[in-house]
Design a protein around this ligand. Structure first.
Ligand SMILES: [Zn+2]
Ligand SMILES: [Zn+2]
Length: 299
């Protein structure tokens, strides 16, 4: 189950705040509704079939994740004449969200407190570490426990239960808040830490997407020194034969094209073949390509 994103930015990015949604039969479940997300959400809402059931799950209450929730519910009530199914991860979080909605002028009758299931979809909140001020959650979504989707929310760690599901290959789509920043007390998840914790091949059944912290250090050279060629019969990619997109990528990361083997462009990005032991990260402006066993995804 692939998430569609309304935005992938953090609180101070030019891009829309991180928020996603998943269509599930005749239901649509949004994840987070940050302060500049509503316009994008409205475009989606206005295209829905009148019978569509609408849900929102909240990862945590930073305003870049919940800032326009009030407007969202009011719109569903007054314009779409619909109640919103509201998913929260704990009683404490629910209390905070309700208090905020009350202040925003949202009456309790406009939403329904919900847990565990949305239209047959499991909505499983997993506590994460981000800030100490309030509860923060990642969310596992699945109809079948062998085909899970994980959305981290803001988190500087991957919860143990999620790591287990990941290593068992049950998580097919993995969306993680990431940052290149590395400092004591970092509230987001550091990229190098991810690379160390999940070496290439460890989670080969998972497509990994990074989001939220789109401000990367453009001067930092990506270390691809561990890259090894698996086969001698390879097409060597050079600056002359790569596409414009790839050229931009290579320029951004100051990458030596001679170390890359066959590359093909796929819908979401690139597929690299005959590569093993790859260091796995290539930056592309505010997007990232990541790989497990040679599969890269633009995001
Ligand atoms: Zn955030
Ligand atoms: Zn946050």
């Amino acid at each position: 189950m692939e998430l569609k994103f309304l935005g992938k930015g953090g609180a101070f990015d030019n891009e829309t705040n991180s928020s996603a949604y998943i269509a599930n039969g005749d239901g649509i479940l949004f994840i987070d509704m940050g302060e500049n997300v509503f316009e994008k959400a409205k475009e989606v809402l206005q295209k829905l079939h009148p019978s569509t059931v609408i849900g929102v799950a909240i990862t945590h209450t930073h305003s870049d994740h919940i800032g326009s929730l009030g407007t969202f519910i009011l719109f569903c009530h007054y314009v779409l004449k619909k109640k919103v199914y509201l998913f929260t991860g704990s009683e404490d979080q629910l209390k905070h969200v309700k208090a905020l909605l009350h202040i925003f002028g949202v009456d309790k009758s406009m939403y329904e407190e919900s847990k565990h299931y949305f239209n047959g979809l499991h909505v499983r909140f997993v506590k994460t570490t981000h800030v100490d001020d309030f509860d923060c959650f990642g969310i596992l979504l699945y109809r079948d426990s062998k085909f899970m989707t994980y959305y981290s929310g803001d988190s500087n760690s991957i919860p143990t239960v999620v790591q287990q599901e990941l290593l068992q290959g049950n998580i097919k789509k993995f969306y993680q808040d990431i940052t290149l920043a590395d400092y004591p007390g970092n509230v987001h998840y550091n990229l190098d830490k991810f690379v160390n914790d999940f070496p290439a091949g460890a989670i080969e059944k998972t497509e990994v997407y990074f989001y939220h912290n789109t401000v990367f250090d453009p001067t930092k050279e990506v270390d691809l020194s561990n890259m090894k060629l698996q086969s001698s019969s390879v097409t060597v990619l050079t600056r002359e034969n790569v596409s414009d997109v790839l050229k931009t990528v290579f320029d951004k990361v100051n990458l030596s094209a001679n170390n890359i083997v066959e590359v093909s462009e796929v819908e979401n990005g690139l597929e690299l073949k005959h590569v093993s032991g790859i260091k796995r990260i290539i930056k592309f402006g505010d997007k990232i390509m990541i790989n497990q066993v040679g599969r890269f995804i633009f995001f």
